[in-house]
Design a protein around this ligand. Structure first.
Ligand code: ADP
Length: 595
């Protein structure tokens, strides 16, 4: 188990255990590393010693000056020396404090991102189809960052606050109990202020986070759509659409800012009133002679420290709410169990390529309408099945069932005689190749794109795939041959070329089963012939399912399955179906007429 996998399991455990307690989940993130926080805290106290004792040292110097004489002088010198001594250790202590703290926080940040990325690879294809990629990106980048900020702030600020409070209240308790009681009045006032605002800040935060995710998703979609938008001259409409979203986000952000600012101002005012009262109180005590005059500055400075700590506590609330919101946002993905379960299922060491659909039905989540129903089909080893039918008749859904992206809602689908639900799909997929309708290429060389996921591939094997996929002449023309870089999504290649790379990728895996969604894009006759030759090479001797759009493919298939509204209407060889003069015959006549 690698480091990220371990972290992923720990995070998921935390989420499951403390579902509604984000703070506990956050604490759980750092399990096993608490000792580093302790070390960091230790150096933090040392680092802050000069400011912690500043008020006391100042009061001592003033009292020394008022007392006068040799004793007074000694007191002044001693206190200044102590102050400078404390400052000398500040730099090394600061370095050590930050070292331990940041090591832990950065490691957890990377761990969270790693866990999310791993989870994305496990989540089902329908999950990915539903959730916009921008939304996921926002979680991986923005939410993890918010958790990091929260941890860092929480740790440093809380520590600072606690330390300041303990030391200041401690010294005050020793010096004068009645002043201490006055100081402690601040606590309930803080609590009341926080309670008054907490709910609003929380709900505004959630609204803003959701809006940000939506924006991220929309912008990603817009960018992907740019060529289509440009081609239809719809730039302005697209910008307007995003503008609306941006305004909505700005509005939510504004509301959040305002409630936070109002909250800040209210608490500031409350504390200032207290501070004025404190000055009056200690002034009166000095006037009465119960405390020394120098101590008035000490109590005033100490009270300012106490008030600042409570104000700091209050200021943590927005960061806390935002960070904890992000903790639950990340949790939404991490605890989703919409994943493929392969553990303990039967591993396939070989695949013959026999398939059997028995009364298979399927409907998409959230819809009662069956997309497929009563599908019965038996496919022998090495057979080529062409799936034809109008758009929306269920062809792609059948391919997705075959790949195991979705599972039958009713009936049974078996592979080599075993129910697909009992098979470890990862082991099954080693023996299949999928050629999607739109070839998916990544930034990398042509060779890397062809050998995707394979290691130790010989040049001979690559050359064979290139030849079989009819790519030889294309590659000869590229500046660096097989080592030419392909832009994102294969931007510098033609549609036909991209598809042939996709076919070469399928050939090199030497699969037992091919699942192929033919591109519908209009190709010129030469490209079509080249692709057809490549396809013929690919499907030789392997069980093949093709969503067929081209006449030549349909004719070459062993069997044609005609789908209509999720049901099989006709089935048979090209010859049989043409003689039947049914639905397929009509479709073919129409297509030929259009040619
Ligand atoms: P074809 O490949 O024949 O064009 P599909 O198998 O893609 O047809 O779609 C069959 C039906 O299922 C269509 O009516 C389509 O609207 C619906 N459908 C496809 N994908 C989804 C989805 N992810 N969620 C809901 N309905 C879907």
């Amino acid at each position: 188990m690698d480091q990220y996998e371990k972290m992923e399991h720990r995070f998921i455990d935390c989420y499951r255990k403390y579902r509604n307690h984000s703070v506990m989940v956050l604490l759980g993130f750092y399990k096993g590393q608490y000792h580093k926080f302790l070390l960091s805290t230790f150096f933090f106290v040392i680092k802050h010693a000069p400011s912690l004792f500043a008020a006391l040292l100042t009061a001592n110097v003033i009292n020394g000056a008022i007392a006068g004489g040799e004793e007074g002088k000694r007191q002044i010198l001693l206190n200044v020396a102590v102050w400078i001594g404390l400052l000398a250790v500040h730099l090394p202590a600061n370095w050590l404090h930050n070292k331990y703290k940041n090591q832990v926080i950065r490691k957890t940040e990377a761990g969270l991102r790693g866990a999310l990325v791993r989870k994305l690879q496990e989540l089902s294809i329908p999950y990915h189809t539903q959730i916009q990629s921008g939304r996921l990106q926002s979680k991986i980048i923005r939410d993890v960052e918010a958790v990091e900020t929260l941890s860092s702030q929480l740790f440093v600020n809380l520590m600072n606050i606690l330390m300041n409070l303990v030391i200041t209240l401690g010294i005050t308790a020793v010096k004068n109990r009645s002043v201490l009681l006055f100081f402690l009045l601040v606590a309930p006032v803080t609590a009341v202020t926080v309670v008054a605002f907490r709910k609003r800040i929380h709900s505004e935060n959630r609204a803003f986070r959701r809006e940000m995710e939506e924006t991220s998703a929309r912008v990603m979609e817009m960018v992907e759509l740019v060529p289509v938008t440009r081609a239809h001259a719809l730039e302005k409409q697209e910008v307007d659409k995003i503008k609306e979203q941006l305004e909505e986000t700005a509005d939510k952000g504004y509301r959040l800012d305002m409630v936070q600012a109002h909250f800040g101002a209210v608490s500031w005012c409350v504390f200032q009133v207290f501070q004025a009262l404190c000055l009056g109180f200690s002034g009166y005590m000095a006037w009465k002679g119960s405390i020394k005059i120098g101590d008035v500055t000490f109590y005033q400075a100490s009270f300012t420290t106490v008030v600042n700590q409570f104000a700091g506590l209050i200021n943590l609330l927005p960061i806390l709410t935002k960070g904890l919101e992000s903790v639950s946002s990340i949790g939404e993905v991490l605890i989703s169990d919409d994943v493929e379960h392969n553990e303990g299922k039967r591993e396939l060491n070989q695949l013959k390529g026999r398939f059997r659909f028995q009364n298979v039905a399927f409907s998409y989540k959230g819809s009662n309408e069956p997309v497929l129903s009563g599908i019965d089909l038996e496919v022998k080893e090495g057979e080529t099945i062409a799936l034809v039918g109008e758009s929306g008749s269920g062809k792609t859904t059948i391919l997705n069932l075959l790949i195991g992206f979705i599972t039958p809602g009713g009936g049974r689908l078996s592979i080599d005689g075993t129910d697909i639900s009992e098979i470890n799909l990862r082991s099954y997929r080693r023996f299949i190749s999928v050629v999607p309708q739109t070839p998916i290429l990544f930034t990398g060389t042509v060779r890397e794109n062809i050998t995707y996921g394979l290691t130790n591939v010989s040049d001979e094997e690559v050359n064979h795939a290139v030849e079989a996929a009819n790519l030889k002449s294309v590659i000869a023309k590229l500046p660096n041959g097989l080592n030419t870089m392909i832009g994102e999504h294969g931007a510098n290649l033609s549609g036909g070329q991209r598809q042939r790379i996709s076919i070469a990728r399928a050939i090199i895996r030497d699969p037992r089963v091919i699942i192929l969604d033919e591109a519908t894009s209009a190709l010129d006759t030469i490209s079509e012939k080249e692709i057809q030759d490549a396809l013929n090479e690919l499907i030789k001797g392997r069980t093949t399912f093709i969503v067929a759009h081209r006449l030549s493919t349909v004719r070459g298939a062993d069997r044609i399955v005609v789908l209509d509204q999720g049901k099989i209407r006709e089935e048979g060889s090209y010859q049989t179906l043409m003689e039947l003069k049914g639905e397929f015959y009509e479709m073919e006549r129409l297509q030929m007429a259009l040619r």
